[in-house]
Design a protein around this ligand. Structure first.
Ligand SMILES: Cc1cc2ncn([C@H]3O[C@H](COP(=O)(O)O)[C@@H](O)[C@H]3O)c2cc1C
Ligand SMILES: O=C(O)c1cccnc1
Length: 350
């Protein structure tokens, strides 16, 4: 059973603040609509944050890590040990996301939501029901209790972050093998063949990618996942860090905190979140389109238009971090530009 809280409604955006933001955009000294999607972002944030001054200043980053039983089938270009080694790299400040977090002035919390580490790692929050998921090509990856634990783990991280009054949240992931897990979840949720979704992840070749797709197809058939619920799909072919992100997204939206969504893996967690609780969808802002093959279809399933497309294929929340300055600039323009009246610039005749 899913924890009760996950299906509780997220609050609607404030129509009053949205309308006020739209009206302000119409008065700023630029041709109407000339700032394109940046205008939309500011208006959406004003409604979601219930404010006249949308903000993206304070944006904590939380990375969830997990290991995946499916890696024994040879689905990643890198060894499984990388997952735990990268946790030390995050904590030590040497990972891509560590650099980005410093540049952005964001805090970086790393949560071991289910790696193979047998004891707590320094500088890492340990919050896991087991070490790694099971190999979904032979058995369900998680039990319903383990899934519930992981969803709660995501909520606990949001509660910690909420104490600092964040404007937005960024979630990232680390877990060797998790592009296979994510492709399996996406394929089942979207009803699209694994051949269309499975990508090369950390860099497997064409034969490796075809092998990933075959493994996924076989597992979806074996576990009878066609048309199954998001809960069953997450249990059967899911992963602990992915489920934690699903829980974190729902918990953030329930607290009126918008989420800047990273690449393929976080988008798949977001798709599961929307299937479990559709009212969280307005809180999702898609940052980038990953080079991972299936991301385009997942974005379409989310009805999301990413801000940038830079051929990134890293994960860790890096794409969301890289797009954050655009969101900040959208807010700065909305809040700081003069109106036609203030600047004595003639507006377009009515
Ligand atoms: C050194 C290193 C750092 C990473 N940081 C994120 N990922 C990314 O790659 C992994 C998914 O790809 P696959 O499914 O092919 O294993 C995840 O850990 C993801 O976060 C990394 C991968 C590596 C090797
Ligand atoms: O887009 C992503 O999230 C991604 C792609 C490849 C490898 N790791 C993460």
């Amino acid at each position: 059973m899913l924890p009760d809280w996950v299906t509780q409604e997220c609050p609607d955006a404030s129509a009053v603040h949205r309308e006020a933001a739209l009206a302000r955009q119409a008065q700023l000294t630029k041709p109407a609509g000339a700032l394109g999607r940046l205008e939309q972002i500011a208006v959406d944030l004003a409604g979601l944050q219930e404010t006249e001054q949308p903000r993206a200043a304070h944006v904590p980053i939380v990375i969830f890590a997990g290991d995946h039983g499916i890696v024994v089938q040879g689905v990643s270009a890198y060894p499984q040990e990388v997952t735990i080694a990268m946790l030390a790299n995050f904590a030590g400040g040497g990972a891509a996301i560590s650099v980005l977090a410093r540049e952005l002035g964001s805090s970086l919390e790393v949560v071991d939501a289910g790696t193979l580490a047998q004891s707590p790692l320094p500088g890492i929050v340990t919050d896991k029901p087991r070490c790694g998921s099971r190999d979904f090509s032979v058995e369900p990856a998680l039990t319903t209790d383990e899934l519930a634990f992981a969803l709660d783990c995501g909520k606990r991280a949001v509660l910690r972050a909420e104490a600092g009054a964040p404007d937005l949240l960024i979630f990232g992931e680390m877990g060797i093998g998790n592009t296979t897990t994510s492709a399996a979840i996406a394929s089942a949720l979207l009803g699209v063949s694994a051949e269309e979704i499975a990508g090369s992840g950390t860099g497997v070749d064409a034969a490796g990618r075809a092998r990933k797709a075959r493994l996924i197809e076989a597992a979806l058939t074996r576990h009878e996942l066609a048309g199954a619920s998001a809960e069953k799909i997450l249990c059967t072919v899911g992963g602990l860090e992915i489920a934690a992100i699903t829980g974190a997204i729902i918990a953030a939206a329930q607290r009126r905190i918008p989420v800047l969504v990273d690449g393929f893996i976080v988008s798949v967690a977001a798709l599961a979140a929307v299937r479990i609780n559709p009212s969280c969808q307005p809180y999702l802002l898609s940052s980038h389109q990953s080079a991972e093959q299936g991301h385009r279809l997942v974005l379409r399933g989310l009805n999301a238009q990413p801000l940038v497309s830079l051929d990134l294929r890293l994960g860790e929340g890096s794409g969301a971090a890289i797009a954050l300055p655009l969101v900040r600039l959208a807010c700065a323009l909305h809040n700081g530009m003069a109106t036609f009246a203030q600047a004595h610039v003639p507006d377009r005749p009515a």
